[in-house]
Design a protein around this ligand. Structure first.
Ligand SMILES: Cc1ncc(COP(=O)(O)O)c(C=O)c1O
Ligand SMILES: N[C@@H](CCCC[NH3+])C(=O)O
Length: 445
């Protein structure tokens, strides 16, 4: 049988090894983490997260604010870090807002998103005084206005617009196209109609427009294009209403490195070029430069995360790439199943060994699509090896499930070799927490 040509061991992520020859994450020996906390284990490098927060803040300077998109990874400890780093936060549900409040995150620095916000969510936003409600549609606009009036509040708002920018990313994570479910349509004039309605409403305080073009974007041009489109809208709004847009929110979406060959633009370059594009577009249209808001999620926490798994069964069939099954899978990382997203990995217990075979890394869920990495070159894998999958900090835990009744993994935060649990490993009893056997099913006798 012809053997595939194996890729040499990757130089990225820069592999740091311990004196025992194991992978080091945030100064900690990965095998020590496994011994203490078990697998599967989400490991987050605190220093890497804080560095990215600072890179964003430094690049933004006094031009605006960075609102961490909590959908990428939302736990109280993570939001505490975002608060300490002086970021705002983008919450997309009552649950994320509740998590923020539980973490002591100031409501005044929260933006509330959502294309179908419930009355309860709008009420919570009004009562807690969130910094901005990003209105998505007319139905929400009228309900928010009525609730704000009833509460005697003036609610600060942004209007979300579908700008018609096509970002080159998976269609399921593209959001800026005209036919998107999110936001007021630009082409048919709905965005301006919404603005006129908001300006008529004393209980709503209009700050500006918002758009988000997609996620895992690896070029800056789509934001530059969005900046021009949104400033055209601001100019038209000014002509029609005489009102100046004070803020422009261009959403999140900067991509990260999942594979060695991925080359996302840096945070500094991305924010610098977006700032320049907004300033130039404002000047060309004779408008003041609006305060800029960006909402990065993945690019803050994605590369800071590594998931550790223990290898169990290895199925070797002549003529087929071996299946290497680990003790997690699509329920802790559904991104291959959802988007065919690719990852890279090493054996954490011997990361410097040269690859010896091309394997398919699968999970333990009862689905053939339960694949973590369809093809990866690894040293000859044995049961008991520990696999480290890189760049799992974003949209892994936040999209995890208890499918097949496997409890969710724990999450630890590491810094300078010290590890602390920030999400406890779920137990079998946790799986039963919301189950009820109703009286009609109670056993007789
Ligand atoms: C409105 C909005 N803002 C911010 C984000 C964060 O995106 P990312 O994690 O790609 O930076 C998203 C998700 O794509 C979003 O829908
Ligand atoms: N969940 C997606 C990104 C969608 C972001 C939310 N608008 C992912 O894992 O890539």
């Amino acid at each position: 049988m012809p053997q595939p040509e194996l890729q040499p061991r990757t130089a990225w992520p820069p592999l740091v090894t311990s004196p025992r020859g194991h992978l080091v994450i945030g100064g900690a020996d990965a095998l020590d983490l496994v011994e203490r906390f078990g697998t599967p284990l989400y490991v987050l490098d605190e220093v890497a997260i804080r560095q990215r927060c600072r890179a964003y803040r430094d690049a933004m300077g006094d031009a605006g604010v960075i609102a961490y998109a909590a959908k990428a990874l939302c736990t109280t400890a993570i939001l505490r870090i975002m608060d300490q780093e002086g970021l705002w936060m983008d919450a997309v549900s009552g649950g994320e807002l509740h998590t923020a409040l539980a973490a002591g995150f100031p409501a005044g620095r929260v933006l509330l998103h959502g294309n179908n916000k419930s009355d309860e969510e709008l009420r919570l936003a009004i009562e807690t005084g969130v910094g901005r409600v990003v209105i998505d549609n007319f139905y929400e606009l009228e309900r928010l206005a009525a609730m704000a009036r009833a509460a005697g509040r003036k609610v600060p708002v942004l209007l979300r617009v579908a700008p018609g920018v096509e970002a080159h990313t998976h269609e399921f994570i593209r959001t800026g196209q005209q036919e998107s479910k999110f936001g007021f349509d630009l082409a048919t004039g709905q965005a301006l109609a919404a603005l006129e309605r908001v300006l008529d409403e004393p209980a709503l305080d209009w700050y500006g427009f918002h758009c988000h073009i997609g996620s895992q974007i690896l070029a800056v041009e789509p934001w530059e294009q969005a900046a021009r489109i949104m400033m055209d809208l601001a100019a038209e709004a000014h002509r029609r209403t005489g009102r100046v847009m004070r803020e422009l929110d261009l959403g999140g979406g900067l991509g990260i490195r999942y594979l060695p060959q991925d080359e996302p633009p840096s945070i500094a370059e991305t924010v610098g070029r977006i700032r320049a594009a907004v300033a130039a577009a404002a000047e060309e249209r004779g408008l003041p430069v609006p305060r800029l808001i960006l909402e990065p999620g993945r690019s803050i926490v994605g590369e800071a995360g590594v998931t550790l798994y223990t290898v169990g069964a290895v199925k070797r069939v002549p003529g087929l790439a071996p299946y290497v099954a680990v003790d997690g899978g699509m329920a802790d990382n559904p991104r291959y199943a959802l988007y065919r997203a690719l990852y890279t990995a090493v054996l954490a217990n011997r990361p410097l060994d040269e690859p010896a075979e091309r394997v398919c890394l699968v999970g333990r869920y009862c689905e053939s699509g339960d694949i973590l990495i369809p093809q990866i070159d690894l040293p000859r894998v044995e049961p008991g090896d520990v696999v480290a999958v890189f760049s799992t900090g974003a949209y892994n835990y936040s999209m995890s499930s208890q499918y097949n009744r496997f409890p969710r993994p724990a999450m630890v935060l590491v810094r300078d070799g010290e590890a602390e649990v920030i999400v406890e490993r779920e137990t079998y009893d946790d799986l039963l927490r919301h189950d009820r056997i109703p009286p009609s099913l109670a056993r007789e006798g």
